[in-house]
Design a protein around this ligand. Sequence first.
Ligand code: FAD
Ligand code: NAI
Length: 471
Amino acid sequence: IFRFTLLSTLAIGSYLTYEIYRESNPRKQAPQSLNLANGQKRKTLIILGSGWGSVSLLKNLDTSLYNVILISPRNYFLFTPLLPSTPVGTIELKSIIEPVRTMIKRCKGEVKYFENSVQDIDPISKNITLNDGKIIDYDYLVVGVGSKPTTFNIPGVIENSSFLKEISDAKEIKSKIFKNIELASALENGDPLRKKLLSFVVVGGGPTGVEFAAELSDYIQQDINKWQPELQNDISITLVEAAPNILPSFNKELIQYAEELLSSKGKIQLKLNTIVKEVDSNYLKGLIKEQNSDHMEHIPYGVLVWATGNAPRDICQSLMSKLKQQDSRRGLLINDKLQLLGAEDSIFAIGDCTFHPGLFPTAQVASQEGKYLANIFKRLHKIERLAFEKKIRKIEIPDFKYKYKGALAYIGQDKAIADVVTFGKTYPSAGSLTFYFWKSAYLTMLSSFRNKILVALDWTKVSMFGRNSSE
Ligand code: FAD
Ligand code: NAI
């Protein structure tokens, strides 16, 4: 037992030392050049975006085979699954981002990074135009620009609500929540404005809306009720959902479990079958669908968070309008090899910016697609090298096969739900143990060792001292 313990401690210690060294030091990189060592032209591969799809591609790609250029307005990768924990301070924003600059310095070959947005893609001339007017030619282009929040053009949404997609959104929500709590604290008990300021409304009962509402409820139960109990009677959280149930992608038993837990003791008021039709600066107008009659209800709010899903970005709409094969309004159409329909020879698209039956807008799909493309670029390089050296050998390009690994969602009070996939079968799981599974799954999924440590520390801090309720 002693030897085993000693050996395992040594093995774990060496692994951790290696990981820390690898992460904290740049790698010696092959520089970019016109030609490869055998005289063959080195092709330019442009990757758009620094999200789940593009970063997974970058981390798995042999960047010494191409002149790789990464373009994204966001100079970091954001671990979105923990974003709903940030507006109430359960997790610090810095703990879930990984800088692009350090990521590219760990690649095998040099990668150029431009902090910029792509404004135009010309699939015929094979070039892109950046926001500052700079034009860059490509041999291959990977579009991984994600999506924007959808509002369904409902009046007043953009002006009055906050989304929860980016770091800036989380900061905005945090600031609104804390501002309203302070404003309400300054009012006399019984002042009707207090109730309004402390009415937190979330629209959209998908995983984003549910996880955020759950985090907010934890914050109120565990922190506000302890430090500012005088506000207790005036605070409310309402989750508004157009469908008869929340979390439609989960198993039915899990949905019921989640609905019961969220609404237990009136912590969160679930307004199901309620379609928001309009928003003004004080109220939502919700159409409530009932068996015999539909009616409109005014729902007052102090802070409004809007989480009703995704819509294509302008850059994707513009690209779609240039290719007649792109006849869907839901996203870029791709084939089974993730090639963009209409520009199969040079453009690939991955992640939330695409629309393909069976592939959902999740981090899981995007990261598997990125990994698959890294392998495809290796094969494409081999095909081109063999052709250059006039050698004949057939190399297949396999189709992308998505492997569903299950789904997880945090539903508050240290409980989570999960569809766990084991040996190809899906099993529902819910409760406190699932919450520890949720935590360990996310710690494992965080790709950087630094982020794993920071997130684990954040969770420990909250369990010891509560949340940091200042900005
Ligand atoms: P993104 O990750 O959104 O990245 C897009 C990138 O493109 C960004 O870097 C952006 O700055 C960049 N970009 C935008 N416009 C341009 C432009 N014009 N030019 C160049 N670059 C551009 N999925 C799960 O599987 N599990 C979860 O638990 C989960 N939780 C989530 C929680 C929240 C709050 C949210 C919002 C989403 C969650 N998702 C989850 C979904 C998941 O985050 C997305 O499916 C995933 O981010 C898609 O990856 P992507 O690479 O396509 O896009
Ligand atoms: P979503 O599309 O999953 O859910 C949006 C919800 O808003 C739907 O239930 C819809 O009925 C409702 N809605 C739409 N319009 C409405 C209106 N006018 N009034 C009231 N309700 C309305 O969007 P979400 O949650 O942002 O997720 C986006 C993607 O990210 C999904 O693919 C999701 O699976 C993924 N995701 C996964 C997470 C996880 O696995 N834990 C966490 C967060 C997101």
